[in-house]
Design a protein around this ligand. Structure first.
Ligand SMILES: [Zn+2]
Length: 262
């Protein structure tokens, strides 16, 4: 499932190419999934230039010089690829955004949970999902002080706090567990119970783990010291070799070590 490192990695794969490029065509391959009218596509996308592309949490926003913004949510399985136009269309490809320069981007999503919208620039922040998105975990606005402030605003389990997109945007189930494991703090600790050092450790590990996951994207699933490669029943803690605990917290399967994480 795409989390912040996945979305950031896929974005870096096409961002430099598409900025400044003119759109030749936008072809919808699945009209049940992409509910944008032909009229809106001609007004907002075709013959427009891409001004900017940004990531907000797990969303990607594509700004056109027509004043419209294409809002893409990755859901559980959404993925965007930059390909040559001769590449065969895959099952579950939802649209093709074709550039005059030759290449195109394709959005593939095998489950129905992704979302695609086209809206006027100044209104994208009003869309549900984006209108209550918290500070992005990789942005400069996310500082240790901000984390400390957000932790004090609530009194929930740390795990629930980390996956709640209205506090910090971009961290999902798997990376929340990884950050807590690296910080040696239990997912069941209450946010209000943390001391200054623990907050610092959570902050440092959030940045470090996410940045590493992006820069080592293709080799991350071979790193044996990470919890994310041990998310199976019966697996052991990479630190102390004790069997990992598996519990549901806020409805999400949580892996942790009851000895290393206090
Ligand atoms: Zn352990």
């Amino acid at each position: 499932m795409p989390e912040l490192p996945d979305v950031e990695y896929m974005l870096r794969g096409f961002k430099d190419y598409i900025i400044g490029k003119s759109v030749k065509d936008f072809i919808i391959l699945d009209r049940k999934f992409v509910k944008i009218s032909d009229r809106l596509i001609s007004a907002g996308v075709v013959n427009s230039k891409i001004r900017e592309v940004i990531r907000k949490g797990k969303y990607i926003l594509v700004f056109f010089d027509s004043g419209f913004t294409l809002v893409l949510h990755m859901g559980m399985t959404g993925w965007i690829d930059l390909v040559s136009k001769s590449k065969e269309v895959k099952k579950h490809d939802k649209f093709r955004l074709i550039f005059k320069a030759g290449k195109e981007i394709r959005y593939n999503c095998s489950r129905k949970l992704g979302k695609i919208r086209l809206t006027l620039d100044e209104r994208f922040n009003e869309l549900s999902g984006l209108n209550n998105l918290g500070v992005d975990a990789l942005s400069e606005a996310f500082t240790c002080d901000v984390l400390g402030f957000l932790l004090k605003k609530t009194d929930s389990y740390l795990k629930s706090f980390f996956i709640n997109q209205s506090y910090i945007a971009g961290i999902g189930n798997v990376y929340a567990d990884e950050i807590l494991f690296k910080s040696r703090i239990s997912p069941k600790r209450k946010t209000s119970s943390l001391n200054r050092l623990e907050v610092k450790s959570l902050y440092k590990n959030t940045k470090r783990i996410l940045n590493k996951a992006i820069s080592n994207y293709n080799s991350i699933n071979k790193n044996n010291n990470l919890l994310l490669n041990r998310r199976k029943k019966g697996q052991k803690c990479p630190n102390c070799n004790r069997k990992l605990k598996i519990e549901k917290i806020s409805g999400r399967t949580t892996f942790f070590c009851s000895k290393c994480q206090k």
